[in-house]
Each structure stands twice: as structure tokens, then as C-alpha cells.
Design a protein around this ligand. Structure first.
Ligand SMILES: NC(=O)c1ccc[n+]([C@@H]2O[C@H](COP(=O)([O-])OP(=O)(O)OC[C@H]3O[C@@H](n4cnc5c(N)ncnc54)[C@H](O)[C@@H]3O)[C@@H](O)[C@H]2O)c1
Length: 361
């Protein structure tokens, strides 16, 4: 069992009655969300803040915690019980490995890295140091997603035949002031669709083949602004995912799940999953089915499923991290899950260049 293999030294010093002390590294868009979540999470408290940019000292003052300019500075001072790494993707390897080497469990923001070999090094480091690594695909901590997963696994929808996933957004000018967001790996495939990839794989299982095309015709940056991706799952189910950060539209998980108050919410869905006995759409959760004979000539009914929209996903994720640190549970999203998503991501990029269908190993 994984739990037996992790390093207990990092947990022995933690008084079980005390909150788990968590440092956050990188206080940009996502790091700030984690700071808010940490201020609410019942099992955790903020230990310190690390950022290259000294302007982030304002956050440290607000939350009355120490501020460090680098992970080394933090490690040389007062070690936290766990760390959330929310730096740009290209620094994930360096920061995460420095903490894993110090036997400090890491919740690493998605994607695990900007390339597969770095991702493997991160996973190896977690294994070598027997220290937990969790990847920040926080949607898996949403109660709506848990409900959908139960519906699919229970067989209520029959055999899953196909799925349609939409991620249509419009990112404003300010978003592109950070130059890494217009370079390779910083576009909507890497920032947004990776969440959808993780989620649909969590729901429908491993992907066997990928085929994709991208376009940068509207924004004209190096990275894509739009992509269409087709998956064939090992189960035989087929799925189309479409992503664009240059469409004004209401259909994306971001704008429908209500996880992040920064997004004005629409009463729509972004996921449509169809089976031989019924279909499901979410986050505006509805289950569609025939009451008697299954037939296109018969009325199709829907049941609104009474699951509340969750603003607590990041908080749930932090409480889960605390349980992992205390060896009460195993990581819900492992480094290997992160690597699998990255392999699919890599296959998407290869397919867009070659036009070919790529097999996932
Ligand atoms: N889970 C999600 O929904 C979600 C959403 C957005 C971003 N992210 C991920 O979070 C990570 C950060 O993205 P962002 O949009 O917050 O980026 P950002 O550019 O807004 O913030 C990055 C922060 O890291 C700091 N930083 C950069 N290099 C550093 C270093 N060497 N040491 C310490 N600090 C350093 C920067 O000063 C900045 O404050 C990325 O991996 C991204 O993919 C996840």
C-alpha cells in the first residue's frame, strides 16, 4: 500500500490536534486563490509565502506570516508541514523537487510540468524520498463531479457511448501581460483543457487514441487560441473536446461550476455524457432517460439532480492534502495521473503537427 511506503518522519512531528502548516510558493493568480482557501480550510493554516517578486510581501503582511524570496530561503528557516507550489509550469520541477528532497509533501499546481521528462523526474523524486505528491486537478474534489462519477460507475447510464466537452471562454487583454502565457505551454490547451482532460479521464477511464487540430488565427500568438480534440477511450467510448479562449460564450466548466467566485456564473453545462440507457449533463446537473421503452419516438424525461454548486473545491483539496500529510488517506490525484494527462497533452500537440491519430502508451 502507498500509505506504508511514505516517509513517516515528515508526519511524526505534527501534533494531530494542530492545523497542518502549509507554505504557498508563487502568489499569482492561482497562489492568491490558495491563500483565500487556506484562510477558510478547517484543517490547515498558512505557514509562509514564497515569491520571487517582492510585491508579494503585501500578502505576507495581510496574513501575518513570514515572506521568503526562494524555496531555499524557506527551507533554511522554518520548515512547513506541506507546500503548495503555484509557480509557472516551467519552474514546477525545480521547486517541487527541492521540497520533496526535504521530505515535505507537495500539492503541485497543474499541469505537473511543461514536459514529460521533467514530470518523470518529479515523480521519481516523490518515490525516492517516499514523500507524497498531489497534483492540483481540484475539480475531482467537487461534489457534482463525485455525483457524476457515481452515476457512471453504477451503470445508471448504461454503457457510455460518447461525450462532448466544451471549454469556450474569452480571456481579456490583461491576461496576456504575463509573457509566459503566450509562449509554448501557456495557452488554453495547457491552462484550461488540461483540467477537462483530467476530469473526463477520471470519469471515463484511460484514453487509447488522440487526434487534434489547433488554430491561432484570431490571437496570432505562438500558442493556440482554439483547439478541437478527439479521444477514443480504452472502453471504446468516443469524445470530442473543444477549447477556445477567444469565444464569448457561456459553455465551459469555469463559467458553469461556480467554483471560483471570480467568474460570473452561467446556468449552463459544459459536459454531456451519453450512454445506452441515458445521458447526463453537468455542472447544471441533469439526468436524461426514457421511462419505458428506449426509443427516439418516446418522450425523454430529465431529472434535475439536487447537488449544490460548490465554491469549496479548493478548500476540499486543502483539507484532503492535510489528510494525506497525516496518512489518513492516499492522494486523490497522483503524480502518475498528472503524467498521464501530460502524455495526452503531448499527443494532442503531436497530432496537431502531423494530422495523425496518436496512440497513448
Ligand atoms: N488549478 C487551476 O485552476 C489553475 C488556474 C490557473 C493557474 N494554474 C496553475 O498555477 C500555476 C501558476 O499560474 P498563475 O496563473 O497563478 O501564474 P502567475 O504568473 O499569475 O503567478 C506566478 C507567480 O509565481 C511567482 N514566481 C515566478 N517564478 C518564481 C520563482 N522562481 N520562485 C518563486 N516565485 C516565483 C511569480 O512572481 C508570480 O507571483 C501554473 O502552473 C498554472 O498552470 C492553475
Amino acid at each position: 500500500m502507498v500509505i506504508d511506503r511514505i516517509n513517516l518522519n515528515s508526519t511524526l512531528n505534527i501534533n494531530l490536534k494542530k492545523k497542518i502548516k502549509i507554505a504557498v510558493v508563487g502568489i499569482g493568480l492561482m497562489g492568491s486563490q490558495h491563500l483565500k482557501a487556506l484562510s477558510i480550510a478547517r484543517k490547515a493554516k498558512l505557514h509562509s509565502i514564497v515569491d520571487l517578486n517582492k510585491n508579494s510581501i503585501a500578502h505576507a503582511k495581510k496574513f501575518k506570516v513570514p515572506f521568503y524570496r526562494s524555496s531555499t530561503e524557506l527551507l533554511n528557516n522554518n520548515k512547513p508541514d506541506a507546500v503548495i507550489v503555484a509557480t509557472p509550469n516551467q519552474f514546477h520541477e525545480k521547486h517541487t523537487i527541492s521540497f520533496l528532497n526535504a521530505k515535505i509533501p507537495v500539492l503541485l499546481e497543474k499541469p505537473i510540468s511543461d514536459n514529460i521528462s521533467k514530470a518523470k523526474k518529479i515523480i521519481q523524486s516523490s518515490k525516492k524520498n517516499k514523500t507524497h505528491l498531489l497534483i492540483g486537478y481540484h475539480r475531482r474534489h467537487n461534489s457534482i463531479v463525485t455525483n457524476v462519477k457515481k452515476q457512471i460507475d453504477s451503470g445508471n447510464l448504461g454503457k457510455i457511448v460518447a461525450a462532448n466537452v466544451m471549454c469556450w471562454l474569452y480571456k481579456n487583454k490583461d491576461w496576456y501581460k504575463e509573457k509566459w502565457r503566450i509562449r509554448k505551454g501557456g495557452g488554453p490547451l495547457g491552462i484550461n483543457l488540461v483540467h477537462d482532460i483530467d476530469l473526463i479521464c477520471y470519469l471515463l477511464g484511460p484514453v487509447q487514441f488522440v487526434q487534434a487540430s489547433t488554430s491561432n488565427k484570431i490571437r496570432k500568438y505562438d500558442v493556440e487560441d482554439t483547439a478541437i480534440v478527439n479521444f477514443t477511450f480504452q472502453s471504446g467510448a468516443l469524445c470530442t473536446l473543444s477549447v477556445s479562449d477567444t469565444i464569448v460564450g457561456p459553455w465551459s466548466y469555469e463559467l458553469t461550476a461556480g467554483e471560483n467566485p471570480a467568474y460570473p456564473i452561467t446556468n449552463q453545462s459544459a459536459y454531456y455524457i451519453g450512454g445506452t440507457k441515458g445521458s447526463i449533463q453537468f455542472p447544471n446537473l441533469k439526468h436524461w432517460f426514457n421511462k419505458g421503452e428506449r426509443s427516439w419516438w418516446q418522450p425523454i424525461y430529465h431529472k434535475d439532480m439536487n447537488v449544490r454548486l460548490s465554491r469549496f473545491t479548493l478548500i476540499n483539496q486543502i483539507n484532503h492534502l492535510c489528510d494525506v500529510v497525516l496518512n489518513k488517506t492516499k492522494p486523490k490525484v497522483t503524480g502518475d495521473d498528472g503524467l498521464q494527462s501530460l502524455k495526452i497533452f503531448d499527443a494532442i500537440l503531436k497530432s496537431t503537427k502531423s494530422g495523425k491519430k496518436i496512440k497513448i502508451n
